[in-house]
Design a binder for this molecule. Sequence first.
Ligand code: AHR
Length: 508
Amino acid sequence: MNPLPPATIELFPARSVATVPDRLFGSFVEHLGRCVYGGIYEPGHPAADANGHRRDVIDLTRELGVTVVRYPGGNFVSAYRWEDGVGPREKRPRRLDPAWGTVEANQYGTNEFISWCRAAGAEPMMAVNLGTRGVQEALDLVEYCNHPGGSTLSDLRRAHGHAEPHNIRLWCLGNEMDGTWQTGHKTPLEYARLASETARAMRQFDSKLELVLCGSTHSEMPTFLEWDRIGLEHCYEDVDFISLHRYFGRCNGDLRTFFYQAEEMDRQIRAVIATCDHVQAKVRSKKKILLSFDEWNVWDVGFCNPEGYQRWDEAPDQLAEHYSAADALLFASMMHSLLRHCDRVRAACLAQLVNVIAPIRAESGGAAWRQTIFHPFALIARHARSGRVIPQYSSGPTEQIPGINLGQPCAVLDSVAVMNDATGILTLFALNRHASDGLPLNVKIPNHAGWRLLEHTELSASEPLAKNSADHPDEVIPRPARFRIQPDGGNWSTQLPPASWHVLRFQT
Ligand code: AHR
């Protein structure tokens, strides 16, 4: 190993960037591939409960630390008729889903999903169809879900076995409506008008609903920021959040630039915040719009991925991404970015939860197991939840990374720190993004002698393409650090091996 010049992090646990919102640890269940059928729902599986939900998947969802789950899409929602998925199963229609080229048998729908959320301890985040449908269908769904009773649709829910209202607070106004791939794709103005009418109608029903406006799908879209500006100008007072999505391609073995990609996520977040604040000033509002990063992950975006299944198959194994150790490190870095900006990013959903670009794989009739990306999510959710992100000053070596357009070289060290006042535990998450060189690290905490090290865990990509599998589920897991951090004068010091991610926990 050939060490780089040292990096230094100075931490300020008495000061705050923002409290970490519970909703930062969300995920996403779409009617796509084997996420619903064969993922969360597999009646007949040995681990299935009376509702057909796999308990092994629920247990892993809880272990992952998922707090909120977006449903039912994604692209799927833009041609979805929610009425198809409620009522007696034998009467539900079989429909063609244009988004994914499959047959949707509608054996699973809104009520089943809400029951699953309750079992998994997660809040539902529901998306309405603004592709092929509009204001009336969104209102109908809100009435069906949230009205206690005494109206046709709320009584229909009661007749379907759900006497209590679902009380869903968080709603997405469509999905990626700026994308030409979206069923019912809209121009910025068409979407802005429809979203504004829908938001107002939903709030006439219940002024406390929290609404998410569709922002630009990602920062390479031709209408990036113009789409967001126009949407916000029409809907500023009627929505709480604007959405962002981002996927980075999986590792092909070339690590030189791979781990630096999340810099683009930081940039995307900053640009959307600037646009929100520009519109706030323009419409002279007192309110700040929050960001909902409600799809993010590592994934080689390929929409229909046609190999391996026939068009109009039912629940084929689509987007069954298999993650490597290197993917898990980039994934951790994306979570750092969400944490760093959690003063404005107040909700986020890892896309998706099971089988489809997912941290959990569930074998049909067999075991459920953890992909590599499961581990950084679970560790960050466990140690950052209920904490405050604290300021840090860091310095150290940099690299010029082709294709990352920051106007300056990138720091090799990527880190974020969280203080939990209830437990007195300070957690530092740190990634050495250098592909081949170790990074000496000094950590400065005020009142050095008052802190003791609880844990130093490492997730390594020394074998970048190593993966977990059903037969070898623990090939890539967090392990005790190779170079455990040590007190060193008034600081702490260690060595971060190349391509390695660290969780360092100190207690006062
Ligand atoms: O998560 C997979 C797909 O990616 C979603 O359906 C869509 O919203 C995005 O493009």
